[in-house]
Design a protein around this ligand. Structure first.
Ligand code: BTN
Length: 330
């Protein structure tokens, strides 16, 4: 029988795999499957709750079950899929942020590679916000690419990532999905996915781009405190979505759109981006720190900057700290 101390980590994941069906399993049966004692199972179940934020139900005489059944991410399945993209994807049970983990891995691994996790304890959003990242419900995906001919080649790349996400999500049947400048993926005004690009290294020399994508996949309304209207693929479709399939399709779409972007630049994708922009022609306020500028959205330019008509004059704005709000909403 395996000693309790040697079972940490590996045992927790094996336990989760046994429990992922959402049915009751007795401590004895779990111990027998894993080759450990009931006491070791009990200890690992406690660690599952404390370390992974997993919610368990215990019923005397029946055993343990997960509050919600979960289909865990599976690196083997993702990497072996037909048409899997040309980079390996790894899966962590928990991490602070997949973007942060991807940056740390640069010391050990050569890009391109992608990191995903079942849970993030310090998920990063744009403009210093947190990205709510509960265990086993969503997709947290960070792709690392090497940038060796200067950061100018990255113009518009975050908008192109939005196109890739929109296409991936649409292929699962979420029809009303669209984009909001610069980096939001929305359904009916509610946020479905977000993008956070970060650079590591010297932007004037060789550096690395970390493309962080968070998609709300199976998260249900009411249980997460999120400070903006949001939705999930499950909410839109009425059925849960297989996150392993989504990880593969997202990878394929990212590969497709990033290749197009290096070939034709954002200029070649501008029209497609505008066709996906939900706020074309809408009256908006552009917010930057304490300032707000009112205008009508004309579109984007070849660098991915937003073009607004302000008092009848076209003006162009760019920068990661800017955000748009509809005039009707403010
Ligand atoms: C936004 O605020 O809209 C951007 C959210 C980006 C979240 C993703 S989840 C995967 C990656 N890791 C992070 O810490 N953030 C990004």
């Amino acid at each position: 029988m395996m000693r309790a101390s040697s079972c940490v980590g590996h045992c927790m994941l094996s336990l989760l795999k046994l429990l992922q069906d959402g049915r009751f399993h007795s401590g004895e049966a779990l111990g027998a499957s894993l080759g450990v004692s009931r006491a070791a199972v009990w200890k690992q179940l406690q660690a599952l709750e404390a370390d992974y934020g997993v919610v368990l139900h215990r019923v005397r005489g029946r055993g343990y079950r997960l509050e919600q059944p979960v289909l865990l991410l599976d690196a083997k399945q993702i990497n072996a899929a037909e048409n899997a993209p040309g980079w390996p994807v790894s899966v962590l049970p928990t991490t602070d942020s997949t973007n942060a983990e991807a940056m740390r891995r640069l010391a050990l691994e050569s890009p391109p590679f992608a990191v995903t996790a079942e849970r993030q304890t310090a998920g990063r959003g744009r403009r210093g916000r947190a990205w709510v990242s509960p265990f086993g419900e969503n997709l947290y995906y960070s792709l690392v690419l090497r940038v060796d001919s200067g950061v100018a080649q990255l113009e518009g790349v975050s908008l192109v990532v939005g196109l890739a996400i929109a296409q991936a999500v649409r292929s699962f049947g979420v029809e009303r999905v669209g984009l909001k400048w610069p980096n939001d993926v929305l359904v009916g005004g509610r946020k479905l996915a977000g993008i956070l690009l970060e650079l590591s290294g010297d932007p004037a020399d060789v550096c690395h781009l970390i493309i962080g994508v968070g998609v709300n996949v199976n998260m249900s309304q009411g249980c997460q405190p999120i400070d903006q209207p949001w939705t999930s693929m499950r909410t839109e479709l009425g059925v849960p979505v297989d996150r392993n399939c989504l990880a593969v399709v997202l990878g394929q779409q990212l590969e497709h759109y990033l290749a197009l972007h290096s070939e034709v630049g954002f200029a070649g994708l501008m029209a497609e981006w505008e066709a996906n922009h939900l706020w074309q022609g809408r009256e908006v306020h552009l917010h930057a720190a304490d300032n707000a500028i009112a205008g009508v959205v004309l579109g984007v330019n070849a660098t991915g900057a937003i073009r607004l008509s302000v008092d009848g004059q076209e003006r162009v704005f760019s920068g990661g700290e800017l955000s748009l709000r509809l005039c009707d909403d403010s």
